[in-house]
Design a protein around this ligand. Structure first.
Ligand SMILES: Nc1ncnc2c1ncn2[C@@H]1O[C@H](COP(=O)(O)OP(=O)(O)OP(=O)(O)O)[C@@H](O)[C@H]1O
Length: 856
């Protein structure tokens, strides 16, 4: 094919006039273009093949292979593959409304009805892919575009692959915030289950406006994902079983009344891929069929898949005579050439693309009178071998001038108010009726008139470039290329250092064997990765101020858009978009007092909306047993006097509803002397004063946890780095604290200066926990010393301690009153940056066997 050339500043590639860039990926630039015969706008993804290494070339060819075979209404359709010099171009359907991600950024979370529509369209596309044995592996809001009428269109098959039967995949692909835990752990994985995890993240984002695992580094993300805790804000519908109904015969008829988005999300975000939903489960979940939309959604789901296959069947059985005629006139191709390329689905031929674009235009524009159709040749084989099998039906049916003219109209896209029109929609009779065919067809070229649009286009391109350069883009990572690109590798210690590190600490990251980049395992375990910033997703999506709660504070974002305004801007029926207040009120009216104990609905400290869900059920402390909750506490490094003083100021602030600047000031004074880095949450030294304030005070005093009540958590979260959220109190259960004395007591005071404690409770039997921990350590080649002890509190309870040379002490015991296995990880020696990871890894191994395991 001829090399691209420019005409009046507009680049020409094949039969396309190419305009401004509309997107950029790791290796690709996507530009808007217009097909000169069909006059349809398309997106052209261009990839400089010479810049790709062998592995990425393989991926690219796989992407090409896959886009050629997929065809689904909710997947952006590909029309043509062009190879010119070093460039490869993938021409696909142009999705005019851009990324779902950008829509969410702009408008914030969406109502569940809207989320349901988008999500079910996505699910139908994923179901189609999985049924074809294809996994996408990079599902994310940035790869989901909105086409005409806000229909979902999945794009970017750069990481997709074929997966058959029980086959597991190994390559680390995807975007960290959407990556399944098994990928984060570097395990082999089932790509289909990994897609479902990404869908869970997607649905979470749609209905909450935030990420389920907010973090600003891969390490933090990993820890958050592996903790297994998904905090879901109160406004997300919760499956609820009315107290008067027992589960039993007939209960299925009733459950449609109860919304279950939270349950649905959790089913997709199950750590254990074996227990995670499959796409079939997703399609069948009740939330997908809720209320008035039940019919519509079902229809959508049913329609989506067959529509596509019917389409394929129709296409293969008939060729449209109007289109054939039009192509013969405007493309000067012979009938034989057209039939051959179309039936052969020759993506590398401009003929096939032209036919498909025109056919889609006919479909969209409901071209009249196309009932008469060319009979299809018997088979491709017959075409290749001559005309023998061609039916003896007339090949030149009567086609009205009107029908041909209709094909010649601009694409419906060009009539939209899409701003990109100015780039590409030139509907002047000359250019439209006599398109500039590529030289290869040896056709006359129409006069190329752009007039004033020429200048405007440049202004527009220039502005777009500025905008593009300002927008912080998030890209997909792949273990061997993005996570460990040469640049990034440059930031790591040299390989021999890595090797030493690995030898010293086997959970470190092994050096990359030469030429085996693709097999690079466990990329996220490299300590260095923690230093790579990824987008701060926690600050990504705007949520109205009125909706911010301490509970969602970590997940949700500061806002600049008021939901009301957003709702007013939406053209859809506002009734389907209740405000958060309305949601809260109706939730309260329906369920208040039934399910959640709402301690006090009044707000003693001022007005503001009331949150029907008690704060302790939605804060990071939700899991803490009541005994561990307190109105405030200060670490033992504060003197008793200082502590009393702080608590007094805190209580004063509560009673007088005054601000807490005094408390802050006081606290700052106490913190004085600690380096800033020491008083932040991450890596804090427990030697510094720390305060953890919970809502217990509010709860005890029947103060409604509302936006305008005194809300130490959110105030501190906003203003003070010093608060250690969810920090355990200074005393810990069991043997947790230290092995220095060689003795453990149930209530032994931790050594505040050197202990870091993680603990979890599991229903697994003691022996199984010990066995799992030991075999995990063995498989990681981490030596340990095992000691048997008896928990003093209960003579009969055995305790096992595993001591690691890196200074991690692991204790396991079954403790009363629950008689569940308690596991404590005490990091005695903070020198090893990997100790934290190791503990998280071990916890996640346990969680694989017991998904109900609770981290404390
Ligand atoms: N068909 C399309 N219509 C409109 N915009 C598109 C289309 N295809 C891609 N884009 C835009 O271009 C961006 C990059 O495209 P794409 O994701 O295919 O590239 P990529 O190199 O694979 O990206 P990444 O490296 O992030 O995975 C998309 O996020 C989207 O904004």
């Amino acid at each position: 094919m001829a090399a691209p050339r420019r005409r009046m500043g507009l680049e020409k590639i094949g039969l396309y006039d190419v305009g401004r860039a509309i997107g950029k990926g790791n290796f690709a630039t996507v530009r808007i273009a217009r097909h000169r015969i069909a006059k349809t706008k398309v997106a052209i993804k261009s990839i400089d093949v010479s810049a790709l290494d062998r592995e990425n070339l393989v991926k690219l060819e796989r992407e090409v292979r896959i886009v050629k075979i997929i065809d689904h209404p909710h997947i952006a359709k590909s029309y043509e593959i062009m190879r010119v010099d070093n460039m490869l171009y993938i021409v696909s359907e142009y999705c005019m409304s851009g990324e779902l991600y950008e829509t969410l950024i702009e408008k914030g979370r969406v109502a569940e009805d809207v989320a349901r529509n988008w999500f079910s369209e996505t699910a139908s596309a994923v179901s189609y892919l999985h049924s074809q044995g294809i996994v996408h592996r990079d599902l994310k809001a940035e790869n989901i575009l909105l086409g005409k009428n806000s229909k979902i269109k999945i794009i970017d098959f750069g990481f997709s692959n074929f997966q058959t039967g029980d086959q597991l995949l190994n390559t680390w692909c995807g975007s960290p915030p959407y990556a399944a835990p098994e990928l984060l752990l570097g395990n082999s994985y089932d790509g289909m289950k990994a897609d479902i995890w990404s869908m869970g993240v997607l649905l979470y984002i749609l209905v909450t406006g935030g990420f389920p695992f907010p973090s600003d580094s891969v390490n933090k993300l990993k820890r958050s994902v592996l903790s297994g805790v998904v905090k879901i804000p109160y406004w997300v519908s919760v499956g609820m079983w009315p107290p008067f109904l027992e589960e039993g015969p007939g209960w299925n008829d009733v459950d449609l009344f109860f919304l279950e988005c939270a349950d649905f999300i959790r089913k997709m975000l199950v750590l254990n891929p074996g227990k995670r939903y499959s796409i079939q489960n997703v399609l069948q979940h009740r939330w997908m069929y809720i209320r008035n939309d039940a019919k519509k959604t079902q229809v959508q789901l049913l329609e989506a898949i067959p529509a596509s296959s019917i389409d394929i069947r129709q296409q293969s059985s008939k060729l449209n005579p109007t289109i054939m005629m039009f192509m013969q006139q405007h493309g000067k191709w012979s009938e034989e050439q057209i039939i051959d390329a179309v039936l052969g689905r020759d993506f590398e031929s401009p003929i096939f693309a032209t036919y498909e674009l025109l056919a889609d235009k006919v479909k969209k524009g409901s071209l009249e009178g196309t009932g008469e159709e060319y009979p299809r040749r018997g088979s491709r084989g017959s075409i290749l071998s001559g005309k023998a099998n061609v039916d003896e039906q007339p090949l030149t049916p009567t086609i009205s001038a009107h029908q041909l003219a209709q094909l010649n109209l601009s694409s419906p896209d060009c009539d939209s108010d899409d701003s990109s029109n100015s780039d590409l929609c030139d509907d002047s009779p000359l250019s439209s009726m006599e398109p500039n065919h590529d030289r290869q067809f040896g056709l006359p070229r129409g006069l190329e008139v752009f007039g004033n649009r020429f200048e405007n286009r440049y202004v527009s391109i220039y502005c777009t470039q500025i905008l593009n350069s300002l927008i912080f883009r998030r890209h997909t990572l792949c273990a061997s290329e993005q996570l460990l690109s040469p640049n990034m590798m440059g930031q790591f210690p040299p390989p021999n250092l890595l090797l030493n590190n690995f030898m010293m600490n086997p959970i470190g990251f092994p050096p990359m064997p030469e030429g085996q980049a693709a097999e690079f395992p466990l990329p996220s375990l490299h300590p260095g990765l923690g230093t790579f910033p990824i987008a701060d997703y926690s600050k990504m999506l705007p949520v109205p101020k009125s909706e911010r709660r301490a509970s969602a504070g970590e997940t949700l974002l500061p806002t600049n858009i008021d939901l009301q305004q957003h709702l007013a801007n939406l053209s859809a029926n506002p009734a389907s978009f209740p405000t958060v207040e309305e949601e809260g009120r109706s939730y309260l009216a329906k369920y208040g007092g039934k399910r959640n104990t709402v301690h006090c609905l009044g707000n003693q400290l001022g007005g503001g909306i009331q949150n029907p869900i008690p704060r302790y059920q939605r804060t990071p402390y939700a899991k803490a047993p009541p005994a561990e909750r307190r109105s405030s506490w200060a670490s033992p490094s504060l003197s008793a006097q200082q502590q009393t003083h702080l608590e007094k100021i805190f209580k004063d602030a509560l009673q007088t509803n005054s601000d807490i600047s005094r408390l802050h000031k006081e606290f700052k004074n106490l913190s004085h002397g600690c380096a800033q880095s020491q008083i932040t949450n991450e890596g804090s030294s427990l030697a510094c004063p720390q305060i953890s304030i919970t809502d217990e005070y509010n709860r005890q005093h029947n103060i409604a946890p509302s936006a305008s009540s005194f809300d130490p958590v959110s105030i501190f979260q906003k203003n003070a780095q010093e608060v250690v959220f969810g920090q355990r109190p200074a005393t810990a259960i069991g043997f947790s604290s230290t092995s220095f004395s060689g003795m453990s007591t149930p209530e032994q005071t931790t050594k505040p200066t050197d202990d870091r404690i993680k603990s979890c409770v599991t229903i697994l039997p003691f022996d199984e926990v010990v066995h799992t921990l030991k075999s995990s350590l063995n498989s990681m080649k981490i030596p340990f010393q095992e000691t048997h002890e008896v928990v003093p509190e209960s003579e009969s309870t055995e305790m096992r301690r595993l001591s690691l040379p890196s200074g991690v002490e692991i204790g396991v015991a079954v403790l009363p009153p629950e008689h569940k296995s308690h596991v404590e990880f005490a990091i005695i020696n903070n020198d090893s940056p990997n100790s934290d990871f190791l503990c998280d890894q071990l916890i996640s191994h346990l969680r694989y066997i017991d998904p109900t395991l609770i981290s404390e």
